[in-house]
Design a protein around this ligand. Structure first.
Ligand code: R2B
Ligand code: URA
Length: 310
């Protein structure tokens, strides 16, 4: 609902399938999606991916494999007898990708460059496979700003380290800007699916996206630090006042590139700590593992609802 009618027309075909804002692709006799180990010449992408409806991304291959198994159980998807889930992109040695019926589960690595490369190829994959109206989710981790560890945060929009709501990219030596907008309605719908009985909060707000985990997020505990604890706290308090509820490292590219492609998208992260209280991730591994299931639960609920409505 953030798109104007004209905007949507420019980036979608009338049937809802993804149109590329790049005239070069349809002129090529094949398109190699190098980092996915797939290609339009070597694979029947319509046959393999034509039924995709949801694309879920998260940082690590292990978590996205787990997500694939979780969504498989939740939607009651059965694999052909005697087969197991396969990492479709295993021979890229870069990203992992699993397909469970209408759901793709893909790892995106850490940071804007990594998720950016993946989004170029996944958006092209949607185009080649003639997928209609796909919905993209990022399920991830973050640092909370005024929210304790274990809180689920749904992003309303993404901002950079200077609170700008745009992704800046250097193209041919010039900086271009793309608005980092997320689908507000989708964010509200996800918030509406949170269970009041959950023993943790689910909140919405602005997400800050940085190019670094340490200095870029105002941490005092990196290998380098040229600012004081007072400087750090002033900065964190100021972004808190500006409505920032969490910090992570991919939302800006995720929001900007999906928006540019006319694809509905949402970012749902769990906080690993409250950055107003510290820098180090201290929670034990078992606790961190349980927390990381929380954004997954919300997305599973959304997907299940959607499939039941059909
Ligand atoms: C959250 O966690 C990672 C850094 O630890 C990064 O990918 C992010 O956005
Ligand atoms: N991921 C981040 O980017 N920052 C944090 O503080 C925790 C996880």
């Amino acid at each position: 609902d953030d798109h104007t009618y004209v905007d949507v027309l420019a980036v979608r075909y009338p049937d809802g399938s993804v149109r590329l804002r790049n005239p070069n692709i349809e002129l090529m006799d094949q398109d190699i999606l190098y980092h996915l180990a797939l290609g339009s010449g070597s694979h029947d992408l319509v046959e393999m991916f034509g039924d995709v409806k949801f694309v879920c991304m998260g940082g690590t291959p292990k978590r996205m494999e787990q997500f694939a198994y979780t969504i498989m159980a939740e939607i009651g998807h059965k694999l052909p007898c005697g087969t197991t889930l396969q990492d479709i992109s295993q021979f890229s040695y870069r990203y992992s990708m699993y397909k469970v019926g209408p759901v793709l589960s893909i790892s995106h690595g850490m940071g804007i460059p990594s998720v950016g490369i993946l989004l170029h190829e996944v958006i092209k994959l949607m185009y080649h496979a003639k997928v209609r109206d796909p919905v993209f989710f990022r399920i991830g981790t973050c640092g909370g700003i005024g929210h304790e560890g274990g809180t689920v945060i749904i992003s309303e929009e993404a901002v950079d380290g200077a609170l700008k709501n745009v992704l800046e990219l250097l193209v041919l030596g010039k900086t271009i800007q793309r608005p980092a907008k997320l689908d507000r309605r989708l964010a509200r719908e996800l918030k509406g699916l949170s269970d009041p009985e959950d023993p943790y909060d689910t909140v919405t707000g602005k997400t800050m996206c940085t190019y670094d985990f340490y200095e870029g997020q105002g941490r005092l505990d990196g290998a380098f630090c040229d600012f004081s604890e007072t400087d750090k706290m002033e900065y964190l308090e100021s972004i808190h006042k500006a409505g920032v509820v969490n910090i992570e490292m991919e939302s800006l590219a995720f929001a900007a590139l999906t928006h540019h492609a006319g694809i509905k998208a949402s970012v749902i992260c769990v906080t690993l700590l409250d950055r107003l209280k510290g820098d180090q991730v201290l929670a034990p591994k078992e606790v961190l593992d349980e927390w990381q299931q929380r954004p997954t639960k919300l997305v599973c609920r959304y997907i299940k609802r959607y499939l039941q409505m059909k």
